[in-house]
Design a protein around this ligand. Structure first.
Ligand code: SF4
Length: 450
């Protein structure tokens, strides 16, 4: 077996088994290593784009605007405005003389043609270089049009994708903070006006937010706001009235949850609706965190019924999955953890696991879940993934659009678990989709022709 060649600076971000728990993460990508991470602007856009009636203006060259709805399959139950992408299309002349006036004209045109209530202005790399005062333009536009125009400070070079998540969370705080009810007599504790939950970090890919909100309905738990899957201006501004925040995508939303806890007194718990075990445990923990005995009893009953209904299907597929090896390369740590647990419950071993934006606490959990020789890596590049998947003999790679060609090139089956997919993988019904998909992919007759 050819030895895996790793850049010297990358070695601290790769470990095996339990030692993988201590790898370095959250650092900027190593130059020349072809990181799979996106830039700050893309990180921010990932989080904010699913707000369905918002107008997204990318202040920068047209190339930055190529990141659009089309590569994020978030669905809407209302407005379709978010499916458009708008750019100020900065050219040489704008870069020399400044692009603020062009931005002002773009906002005015958008308001006249579409009448949005909420506009996000993304500052990209070139805006960070030429120094347009985007905040001043937004403030003036808010006054002129009496709508919200919120700057998203996201020059690509100012950090990495995780920093973009943070900039999006700051923009969301700017939107919702004015709608927070006054603090109760207990200081920062939620006031009696607060009820139900916000669901943070689900982006309604293939309607997954609707699956989760339906579960909440079964439990009798009101959902104040969904952030940001199928969100709108009207629903988002209700967020400060929730009693509890449920954080699904911890990588992108923990920062927002922490700010809402500190500034609005809303506590949060981390949840995951990927896999049967994690879905049931998340529903029960939600009811318990709300101290709602009625919801807890409903959750117990609901989860038991769902698990029993799924059991025959899962058992049907088990003989075809048992003993197979999986490689996982996804955006955030919470998803990687859920996938390792899901594979374990199907009798499969996760032999390679990495994330783009995992945190030290995620890698602690990952290290405790995988076998001693499993490879754990942060911010992997295609060469590393290829080498480790070959070394470990992975049967399937679970990743995103950038990993798909790599898997097929190596003759390894693939499951898309990123935001381009068109089928739900969350909740009980999503778990069944996932099992069917990995079975069909791994056991496809096509592999015998390689
Ligand atoms: S790195 Fe800069 S130029 Fe490239 S897409 Fe991101 S913001 Fe635009």
């Amino acid at each position: 077996m050819e030895a895996v060649k790793i850049l010297e600076e990358r070695k601290v971000s790769i470990g095996r088994g339990k030692e993988g728990a201590g790898i370095q993460c959250g650092r900027n990508s190593v130059s020349g290593s072809v990181s799979q991470r996106a830039c700050v602007y893309c990180g921010a856009r990932v989080v904010l784009n699913p707000i369905t009636d918002a107008f997204h203006i990318v202040h920068g060259p047209i190339g930055c605007a190529s990141y659009t709805w089309d590569i994020r399959g978030s669905l809407s139950s209302g407005s379709e405005l978010y499916r458009n992408s708008f750019s100020t299309d900065l050219r040489e002349e704008d870069i020399v003389f400044g692009g603020a006036e062009k931005l002002t004209r773009a906002i005015d045109e958008a308001v006249e043609a579409y009448h949005p209530r909420l506009i996000f202005i993304y500052a990209t790399c070139i805006v960070g270089v030429i120094g347009d005062d985007v905040e001043a333009v937004c403030r003036a536009a808010e006054k002129r049009h009496r709508i919200r125009v919120i700057p998203v400070k996201s020059p690509g070079f100012s950090g990495n994708k995780s920093f973009g998540y943070r900039m999006a969370c700051n923009a969301l705080m700017e939107l919702i903070s004015p709608h927070a009810p006054p603090a109760g007599s207990e200081g920062r504790r939620p006031s009696t006006a607060q009820a139900g939950v916000n669901i943070l970090g689900d982006f309604n890919l293939a309607g997954e937010m609707w699956i989760i909100t339906n579960y909440m309905k079964e439990l009798g738990i009101p959902v104040a706001a969904t952030v940001t899957g199928d969100a709108s201006y009207e629903t988002l501004i209700r967020a400060p009235r929730a009693k509890l925040n449920l954080v699904q995508c911890a990588g992108s939303m923990t920062y927002l949850a922490k700010r809402m806890e500190e500034e609005m007194g809303i506590p949060y718990i981390k949840v995951s609706f990927f896999g049967i075990g994690d879905t049931s445990s998340s529903l029960l923990r939600t009811a318990e965190a709300l101290e709602d005995e009625d919801a807890r009893k409903k959750a117990e009953h609901f989860c038991r019924n769902q698990e029993e209904a799924l059991r025959p299907y899962v058992e049907k597929y088990l003989p075809r999955l048992r003993g197979k090896k999986a490689a996982v390369y996804v955006g955030g740590g919470f998803k990687a953890v859920s996938l390792i647990r899901q594979f374990k419950s199907l009798g499969m071993e996760t032999v390679v696991v990495g994330t783009q934006t995992g945190q030290p606490e995620d890698y602690e959990i990952i290290g405790s879940l995988v076998g001693d020789d499993a490879v754990i890596l942060d911010d992997a590049n295609p060469a590393e993934l290829e080498s480790f998947m070959k070394e470990k003999g992975a049967d399937i790679l679970v990743g995103g659009v950038k990993e798909r060609p790599l898997a097929y090139k190596l003759g390894i089956s693939f499951c898309d678990h990123n935001h381009e997919r068109k089928h739900a993988l969350a909740g009980y019904e999503g778990t069944l989709n996932f099992i069917q998909e990995i079975h069909l992919s791994m056991n496809s007759p096509v592999w015998q022709f390689l």
